[in-house]
Design a protein around this ligand. Structure first.
Ligand code: DGL
Length: 258
């Protein structure tokens, strides 16, 4: 048993979709969420730049005493292998749980992700090894719009439609939201791929995190509701505005330097 917090990181607000699933599954745990908004987007940066940013944020969370870190960002997960060589803390990325879920009952999978995630080939390797047909679609353009608050607007709807319409009649049966920001476009994406199953990272990642915490005897012994602390590398007021759409209970938001 261990009452230390769980760290969760993303380049911005996308990982809050994952955080919500983690809270639902593990309501007694405390969470520290870092939005590296100063450096958002990650998905158009080079592998070296992304790795350097992941290193800084994960060091911050390790120094805060987190017992586990969830990399709630697909792009960061692709460039986090250096974290596997340490034994200070459990590290869980979103890609393995999400790809494992997508593999079930699918033949042809559209992979919607940032440019960097697609270029890394990490998802494609897992899906092709499971004999799935993969259609990778670079969608970094969605990330900036989402961070600016273009979510349920007509602008957002047509951005998604115009970007994806050419894939509409390709017999795609499953769509991976391979960027945690894209949960916020789930309805728009479902409108394009009407009959496809949409696979998000939150739920499969929360199941895997619970399994890992149990296996390592790290579950929080508390029986009361856990606390959520939000941190940003840009402006606290901006994150405060952005999180309004999530219906999230949190203690406070603070600006940090990592
Ligand atoms: N939310 C991130 C992901 O899952 C990426 C957004 C970005 O490009 O910074 O890939």
């Amino acid at each position: 048993m261990n009452s230390s917090p769980i760290g969760v990181m993303d380049s911005g607000i996308g990982g809050i979709n994952v955080l919500k699933s983690l809270i639902e599954k593990l309501p007694n745990e405390d969470f520290i969420y870092v939005a590296d908004t100063l450096n958002c987007p990650y998905g158009t940066k080079s592998p070296e730049e992304i790795e350097n940013l992941v290193r800084r944020v994960s060091n911050y969370l390790i120094n805060k005493g987190c017992k586990a870190i969830v990399i709630a960002c697909n792009t960061a997960t692709c460039h986090s292998s250096f974290l596997l060589n340490q034994d200070k803390v459990i590290v869980l990325g979103v890609i393995n749980p999400t790809a494992t879920e997508a593999i079930k009952n699918s033949k042809k999978i559209a992979l919607l992700a940032t440019n960097a995630t697609i270029d890394s080939g990490v998802y494609q390797e897992i899906l092709l090894n499971a004999n799935k047909e993969v259609v990778p679609i670079k969608c970094s353009v969605f990330v900036e719009a989402i961070e600016k608050g273009e979510i349920n607007s007509e602008y957002a709807r047509s951005l998604v439609f115009n970007h994806l319409k050419s894939y509409q009649n390709q017999n795609i049966d499953s769509v991976i939201l391979g960027c945690t920001h894209f949960d916020l476009y789930k309805n728009h994406i479902q409108e394009v791929f009407k009959n496809a199953r949409i696979v998000s990272s939150g739920k499969p990642t929360s199941i895997e995190l619970e399994r890992l915490l149990k296996k390592n005897n790290l579950l929080n012994p508390k029986t009361t509701k856990g606390k959520v602390y939000l941190k940003t590398t840009l402006a606290a007021n901006l994150l405060k505005e952005q999180v309004k759409i999530f219906d999230l209970d949190y203690e406070f938001i603070e600006k940090i330097i990592v």
